[in-house]
Design a protein around this ligand. Structure first.
Ligand code: CAA
Length: 258
């Protein structure tokens, strides 16, 4: 098994933990691992009980990139026929919030995988990088695109052209990660954040994810229009009534996800 899925993580009915499980090779993202990951995430996305997904690796590595051993002898025709990047595209179809809890190396495809998630919580031992240039290639899953949108052109150029890693504090300063926490608490801290999100109205959290991601694809005017329509849409949910009534009645809202 290249990944381990724990539904009801820590007995929480709405949080799932997905752990990359190729420690010996620093969780290198083999084709098989990517297939299993996509399958597991789709299943969790379809499961109405699950509201938040946490994706993690182990203490040493979130993931050290695509599996170099699997790629070394490949040619472009192999790549086209394999259509490997379909799985990366599929990751962007998950509608529920995914939090990357990153310890250790997040390099190449590992950094790109973390960036494909909705937010990154990093242990203070985390290292981010796009070292593809050291292999004579360039990133293929967002290292020149998502990274540039996250940290800007100059810093993305620096990381991509030198292949050098940045530490967690720098990643936070540059806007790549949401929060840095002591390495030994990264899962616990991520769980606390996941718990907060899981307590919100699930339809609204999905619509937020959709709208924020849309901002990368559209003009401001179109993005604002999209946001407004999603805003209107929340008023068709019973959770909107519950949220507002609970506020006025000075009690905690109990969301049903409808
Ligand atoms: N693919 C396959 N195996 C990998 C791997 C990878 N990306 N990264 C590490 N491993 C393997 C190593 O070969 C090693 O295996 P053995 O024990 O069998 O020799 C094991 O994991 C442990 O790694 P190291 O001994 O190298 O550990 P280290 O602590 O000395 O170094 C490291 C850690 C700096 C992360 C180093 O392993 C490294 O540079 N890894 C490669 C990082 C990289 O280049 N990633 C980009 C891949 S290309 C890509 O991702 C393309 C894309 O955009 C999709």
């Amino acid at each position: 098994m290249n990944i381990i899925v724990e539904k009801n993580w820590d007995n929480h009915p709405h949080i799932a933990l997905v752990k990359l499980n190729r420690s010996k090779v620093l969780n290198a993202l083999s084709n098989e691992l990517m297939d299993e990951l996509v399958q597991a995430l789709f299943k969790l996305d379809d499961d109405q009980e699950v509201r938040v997904i946490v994706l993690t690796g182990d203490e040493r590595a979130f993931a050290a990139g695509a599996d170099i051993a699997q790629m070394v002898e490949e040619n472009p025709v192999d790549k086209i026929l394999e259509n490997r990047f379909r799985s990366w595209q599929q990751l962007t179809m998950i509608s529920k919030p995914i939090i990357a809890a990153v310890s250790g190396f997040a390099l190449g495809g590992g950094c790109e995988l973390a960036m494909t998630c909705d937010l990154i919580i990093a242990g203070d031992n985390a290292r981010f990088g796009q070292p593809e240039i050291n292999l004579g290639i360039i990133p293929g899953a967002g290292g020149t695109q998502r990274l540039t949108k996250a940290i800007g052109k100059s810093k993305a150029m620096l990381m991509n052209l030198t292949g050098e890693m940045i530490d967690a504090t720098t990643a936070e300063k540059w806007g790549l990660v949401a929060k840095v926490v002591p390495a030994e608490t990264v899962l616990q801290e991520t769980y606390e954040i996941a718990k907060k999100i899981a307590a919100k109205a699930p339809v609204a959290t999905r619509l937020i994810k959709e709208a924020v991601n849309r901002s990368f694809e559209t003009s401001l005017k179109e993005g604002m229009e999209f946001e407004r329509r999603n805003f209107f849409l929340t008023f068709s949910s019973s959770d909107q009534k519950e949220g507002m009534r609970a506020f006025l009645e000075k009690r905690e809202a109990k969301y049903t996800g409808r």
